[in-house]
Design a protein around this ligand. Structure first.
Ligand code: NAD
Length: 255
């Protein structure tokens, strides 16, 4: 208990999946969590479920105006921000030749521009205190050649490199803010259910304990545990780094 006690955290796309699990674990460990999402109904229900340490703000991460308003509300509400988890995302499935410009822009507006805007507009609050932490959700798709996830992978590749630029910028400017990226792969959430054509089926029941076999999916908690570490002061010597949470996917040789 208390690994992020007293900290203020903003988690985007927190109405479901990984963002909700991040918000839940950060709140359990003592943070005040601000959940944001485009899905107002689910976002409000999610914050209610987490109790008095959680609040919800409607937010489209691709909108510059929304970012200005969200940060201003957090300033009013808490006067501070210690943790930014740029988590909101969408899956776009189209290969490099069939991908339309609109599909490409849609993916990149949310996951590349959204992360840029998040880091930019949160920085004045993040650097106010002694130890801000930005965690950006990238993906194993930024390392691998998945034709069908062309636009998605492009956005996640941008997240991977923006993270390193921001980390080094903060050091160069003596901003007390760290910035790292998390590269998940195969975590059971609504996004993965949709991408695997299982949107109408019950989620796969992944065991909560123990080492998982190579073909297993992971749970949102498996990612949230890494987010918690990166958000906390335990990771104070960690910045500009990327963290795989993929059960060995990228280490596995082709058979
Ligand atoms: N699940 C995985 O295996 C996996 C792997 C790699 C990366 N990721 C990344 O993790 C993040 C969370 O994914 P998830 O699997 O939990 O998916 P999810 O679909 O369950 O959750 C995504 C959330 O983002 C919200 N969202 C979508 N567009 C938004 C916008 N414009 N503004 C604000 N919120 C918006 C959605 O409403 C939803 O609540 C995404 O960035 C995703 O790319 C997930």
């Amino acid at each position: 208990m208390g690994r992020v006690a007293g900290k203020i955290a903003l988690i985007t796309g927190a109405a479901s999946g990984l963002g909700f699990a991040d918000a839940k674990l950060l709140a359990e460990e003592g943070a005040k969590v601000v959940l944001t999402d485009v899905n107002i109904e689910k976002g409000e229900a999610a914050a209610l479920e987490l109790g008095p340490s959680a609040s919800f703000i409607k937010h489209d991460v691709s909108s510059e105006q929304d970012w200005i308003e969200v940060i201003s509300k957090i300033d009013e509400l808490h006067g501070n921000l210690d943790i930014l988890v740029n988590n909101a995302g969408v899956v776009v499935m189209s290969d490099p030749v069939n991908c339309t410009l609109e599909e490409f822009r849609f993916a990149n507006r949310i996951m590349s521009e959204g992360v840029f805007l998040g880091m930019k507009y949160s920085m004045p609050l993040l650097k106010k205190n002694h130890g801000g932490s930005i965690v950006n959700m990238s993906s194993t798709a930024s390392h691998l050649g998945y034709p069908i996830f062309f636009a998605y992978s492009a956005a996640k590749g941008a997240v991977r490199s923006m993270t390193k630029s921001m980390a080094i910028h903060c050091q160069a400017e003596s901003f007390p803010v760290r910035c790292n990226s998390v590269h998940a792969g195969g975590i059971e959430t609504p996004m993965v259910q949709f991408a695997q054509g299982r949107a109408d089926e019950a989620p796969v029941d992944v065991p909560a304990q123990g080492v998982l076999p190579a073909d297993s999916l992971g749970t949102p908690k498996d990612v949230a545990s890494m987010i918690l570490y990166l958000a906390s002061d335990e990771s104070r010597f960690v910045t500009g780094a990327e963290f795989l949470i993929d059960n060995g996917l990228l280490a596995r040789p082709a058979m």
